[in-house]
Design a binder for this molecule. Structure first.
Ligand SMILES: *Cc1c(COP(=O)(O)O)cnc(C)c1O
Length: 407
């Protein structure tokens, strides 16, 4: 049976070229990059190359603006804590109601333990930020604004460049969680008012456990992790050389695939979305359909349980997610869909399809063959029997696994 991976906002496949680039750093090139000898110097040079590869991807002005971290979560945490540390007189944070838990959980903790006031800017039913409320909450009490570049569940893109300009007017730091945007959207940070940006390796075909925080030159930064002098005193701990090299390679590849992402991947996504909406009555797309990541489609299928939907899709080799992977264990509806307050929507029957450059036309055909039958069988309580197998070339030949025609 065909297996179709459409859960790339949860994580991506490590590109084989990334693996190749990393391998020497587990064997011959094991030296500590901070060591004075030649072995160390060559590891250190590899890290410098990775810095430049990331710099190019996000359009940063200086390679030393990149601080390597253990991933998106650490980058988010360290940006927020740095701002609070450096502005002890300011006791407010502005964020959005639809941030990743890496931001929201820390903010809730700070609210509880340090009496920080957290403004969570609401969104409308299309997932767009309420700009009036945003402007109104910006005062000289705000230490930091942290608003994501693109939402991981709906793909909605926020106008972070404009939001950063407004934050500057009150002297607040502006941080953006760009984990879902880096590698998918062109960026030119050197000409923006953004101070700090988080990114993560495993969301762009790099390894897990490595990421970066970009800190614009001249922007003050206070380290969360203290110890040695690595990363120019901004992140202590012996560098994860292999991970950093892998992230650098992933950044280089992402830049070279950017057109593919915004052309071929986008049109695969659009074909999937149009095809499903045509074949399945009462289904609709959530989030801003104009300002949206090219790879993401979050679709609400009314009158069905999302869990049953995902289970049946999984049996047909299709991997996607209900809302965010970080919340799929809990029975509560996703905080993103709740914040959007869409009328007449059961937040249960919502499926997130997230594509990548690894997907092809046959993947989309497979989903379009299988999903409409699954939804209608779940809706009317009958057991799902797929249509007779259709021949679509060698890979598209689709056969149910069970002997009775049911999976
Ligand atoms: C995945 C993700 C994170 C967390 O990144 P990790 O590297 O897994 O810690 C943070 N923010 C967003 C928007 C994400 O999608």
């Amino acid at each position: 049976m065909r297996s179709v991976y459409l859960d790339n906002n949860a994580t991506t496949r490590v590109d084989p070229e990334v693996v190749q680039a990393m391998l020497p750093f587990f064997t011959d090139q094991f030296a500590n990059p901070s060591s004075g000898h030649n072995f160390g110097a060559s590891a250190s040079a590899a890290i410098m190359t990775a810095r430049r590869q990331l710099q190019a991807l996000i359009g940063a002005e200086f390679e030393h603006e990149i601080v390597f971290t253990s991933g998106g979560t650490e980058s988010d945490n360290s940006a927020i804590l740095s701002a609070l540390e450096l502005m002890p007189d300011r006791t407010q944070i502005v964020t959005s109601a639809v941030e990743h838990p890496a931001v929201l959980t820390l903010c809730a903790h700070l609210e509880k333990t340090r009496g920080i006031k957290v403004h969570r800017i609401p969104v409308d039913r299309h997932g767009r930020l309420d700009l009036r409320t945003y402007r109104a909450t910006l005062t000289p009490h705000v230490a930091l604004v942290s608003i994501m570049w693109a939402n991981n569940e709906t793909g909605t893109i926020f106008p972070v460049a404009d939001l950063a300009n407004l934050a500057k007017e009150v002297g607040a730091f502006f941080h953006t969680d760009a984990v879902q945007a880096v590698g998918k959207l062109p960026m030119n940070l050197k000409s923006s008012a953004i101070d700090m940006l988080s990114l993560s390796g495993h969301k762009l075909h790099g390894p897990k456990g490595i990421g970066a925080l970009w800190v614009k030159r001249g922007v003050r930064f206070y380290p969360m992790i203290k110890g040695g002098h690595q990363e120019r005193d901004r992140r202590a701990g012996t560098e994860n050389t292999a991970g950093i090299v892998g992230l650098g390679k992933a950044a280089e590849l992402a830049l070279s695939f950017m057109e593919d992402e915004n052309g071929r991947v986008r049109s695969l996504r659009d074909r999937l979305e149009k095809g499903l909406l045509q074949r399945i009555p009462d289904a609709f797309v959530t989030g801003d359909q104009q300002k949206r990541l090219p790879n993401t489609s979050n679709i609400a299928f009314g009158q069905v349980e999302g869990d049953g939907l995902l289970l049946l899709l999984d049996r047909y080799g299709i991997a996607c997610s209900s809302g965010s992977a970080c919340t799929s264990d809990s029975p509560e509806p996703s905080h993103v869909l709740t914040a959007m307050n869409i009328p007449h929507i059961s937040t249960k029957g919502v499926v997130r399809f997230s594509l990548s450059r690894d997907n092809c036309d046959e993947d989309i055909d497979h989903v379009l063959d299988v999903l409409p039958g699954i939804v209608s069988s779940l809706r009317d309580g009958s057991s799902f029997r797929p249509k007779p197998a259709k021949r679509r070339g060698p890979l598209g030949f689709f056969k149910p696994t069970g002997t009775d025609g049911n999976p």
